[in-house]
Design a protein around this ligand. Structure first.
Ligand code: HEC
Length: 135
């Protein structure tokens, strides 16, 4: 009985630890406040390496999503298509990356990256993503 209580206590402790983590990592709306329009495109070179490491698995190295990813029922649009990319302003790209797909009414498969990347890193990736389509 005592063992069971101890286990229960441990379980409760770990649940509250998770809850604390969730609080720490919860998406802070203010954190996704986009910078001024003139600062939305950062350093494409830095964006390239971040993109290769974190995004290309789903979006492809040049944004064409010519990749096969398990459980990705809704593949991302071709980000090398200028017609498509012209419909998306930089601020939209910023919000999609920061808040994730659900944050802009798209698929949850695109996760929110706002807690992971700085403003600067997000704008660096925007500059790199723009280079796919020349927009
Ligand atoms: C697990 C796969 C996956 C990863 C990893 C991923 N994305 Fe996405 N992303 C998606 C999907 C799927 C969509 C499209 C959702 C939809 O159309 O409903 C999307 C949409 C987007 C959009 C919105 C514009 C568009 O083309 O629809 C941007 C911008 C974007 N992703 C950037 C990134 C960046 C930058 C990274 C890396 C930091 C990244 N994504 C990582 C799957 C992913």
């Amino acid at each position: 009985m005592r063992l069971r209580n101890t286990l229960l206590a441990m379980a409760l402790v770990s649940v509250s630890a998770v809850a604390d983590d969730a609080k720490v990592f919860a998406l802070d709306e203010n954190q996704c406040t986009p910078p001024a329009a003139s600062e939305l495109r950062g350093d494409a070179g830095n964006g390239q390496s971040l993109h290769a490491e974190h995004c290309a698995a789903c979006h492809g190295a040049s944004g064409r999503s010519e990749v096969v990813v398990m459980h990705m029922d809704e593949t991302p649009e071709d980000q090398s298509d200028p017609e498509y990319m012209k419909t998306l302003p930089d601020v939209y790209l910023y919000l999609a990356i920061c808040k994730g797909g659900e944050g802009v009414g798209k698929s949850y498969v695109m996760s929110p990256w706002g807690d992971y990347f700085s403003h600067q890193e997000i704008t660096d990736m925007i500059a790199w993503i723009r280079s796919f389509s020349g927009t």
